[in-house]
Design a protein around this ligand. Structure first.
Ligand code: ACO
Length: 378
């Protein structure tokens, strides 16, 4: 972290909030979600259990979980105005994250939500429906009506494909959604907290967070990461292709992280889930290729930026797992949003309780005491 007279570029290393939601240790490569080491939680919990955990600070009982799942399922259908907007966006060939950003502003349309919890449930339920419906519309297909008998992850896959997914695929997606649900004060979460800290509303916070997540330095990396693996195609081409990218001044997508200086623990969890998925499908070729690309990329990055510890981040294995689940590249980032929405809302609840406006300062570096020159003399 370089601090220049009280100014820390990118706020690197600055603690700007206290949270009980997740703990990120970038040197140990550790992620704790509400007390659980990531690996223990991600592979066991359903998305609804993890969401409940973040919103209530403890796991639900069976009765609480059943009620929570039912409430979320009932809130999935979109109002006609949101669907119309998605139709228009598809006609204009709008990118999926932009369509999600546009539709997110309508998340509370027609909702009679009287309290934050109901708004939050509506938001979590509808974000998944927006992403899946828009994907169908872009493919020239009708949106699939959500199935209230399916859990959140299973229904998301169902709304994308129109087919009831296998248990293995549902487990793969639950693991993914749990893995990305929260991650300290990342850029989109910070954006959401800044917005609710002004006593604005939850939907505004989610719309802002979606905008922050979209960028390739945050949630936009998994598509390009997979494109690179496909471009490489064969393990023996990895070094030449990756080196050419570095020589051209490009960043290798899926590597490097602001906080992690060792391998991102989420890469471990998602890599294991991807391996399971590809093994179940009986074709390990892409998984093996990705492992080899990872090993080469980390080696080349160590040579390219000695001492910077550029390691695999969450996005590399996100790409592999989501591809294995049959998702297309352009909905990788929107699917990240489907999971992270629950974490954004948990942070909003914390911030609302804390109640302090977030308002840092800037240091003026411009001219002082400028002379006014009348228009005719400029
Ligand atoms: N490939 C090549 N060089 C890299 C990479 C990379 N993936 N990551 C960092 N570097 C270089 C930078 O150019 C910089 O070099 P410089 O000091 O000579 O300018 C140096 O390593 C340090 O990088 P910073 O930019 O200071 O790292 P920062 O903490 O700002 O950025 C980030 C982290 C944005 C994730 C960066 O590593 C990156 O761009 N990675 C590729 C994109 C990516 O995978 N994004 C997903 C991140 S995970 C998430 O947000 C969910």
């Amino acid at each position: 972290m370089s601090t220049n007279n009280g100014f820390t570029p990118g706020l690197e290393g600055v603690v700007a909030a206290e949270t009980e939601l997740s703990h990120v240790d970038g040197l140990k490569g550790e992620l704790i979600i509400a007390g659980f080491p990531l690996a223990r939680l991600a592979a066991n919990a359903t998305f609804e259990e993890t969401t409940y955990l973040l919103w209530h600070g403890r796991l639900p009982t069976q009765a609480e979980l059943d009620a929570f799942k039912q409430e979320l399922a009932a809130l999935r259908p979109l109002p006609p105005a949101t669907l119309n907007l998605l139709h228009e966006a598809a006609k204009a060939n709008t990118a999926p994250m932009d369509a999600l950003r546009m539709a997110s502003a309508t998340l509370d349309l027609g909702s009679s939500a009287a309290d934050h919890q109901t708004t939050a449930k509506t938001v979590v339920a509808r974000v998944a429906t927006i992403v899946a419906s828009y994907h169908r519309l872009r493919q020239g297909q009708d949106p699939v009506t959500p199935d209230p008998n399916l859990g959140h992850a299973a229904n998301y896959l169902y709304m994308l494909t129109g087919e009831i997914p296998s248990e293995a695929r549902v487990r793969g997606l639950e693991t993914y959604l749990n893995t990305v649900i929260d991650h300290g004060l990342n850029a989109s979460t910070f954006a959401a907290r800044v917005i609710v800290a002004t006593q604005s509303d939850l939907v505004s916070a989610i719309a802002g967070a979606i905008g922050a997540l979209k960028g390739p330095l945050h949630g936009g990396a998994p598509g390009p990461a997979l494109d690179t693996v496909f471009e490489i195609g064969r393990a023996d081409r990895a070094e030449a292709v990756l080196q050419a990218k570095l020589d051209a001044g490009e960043r290798l997508m899926g590597f490097g992280h602001r906080v992690y200086k060792v391998r991102d623990p989420r890469a471990e969890v998602l890599g294991a889930a991807a391996e399971k998925m590809f093994r179940a499908d009986g074709d390990m070729a892409l998984y093996e290729l990705a492992k080899s690309v990872e090993e080469t990329a980390v080696r080349l990055l160590a040579r390219h930026k000695p001492g910077r510890n550029l390691q695999t981040n969450v996005e590399f294995y996100t790409a592999l797992l989501l591809h294995g689940l049959g998702l297309e590249t352009d909905i990788f980032t929107p699917t990240f949003a489907v999971g992270r929405t629950a974490g954004w809302l948990a942070h909003c609840f914390e911030q609302i309780q804390y109640g302090r406006l977030i308002r840092p300062q800037s240091r003026y570096t411009g001219i002082m005491d400028r002379a006014w020159v009348p228009l005719a003399e400029r």
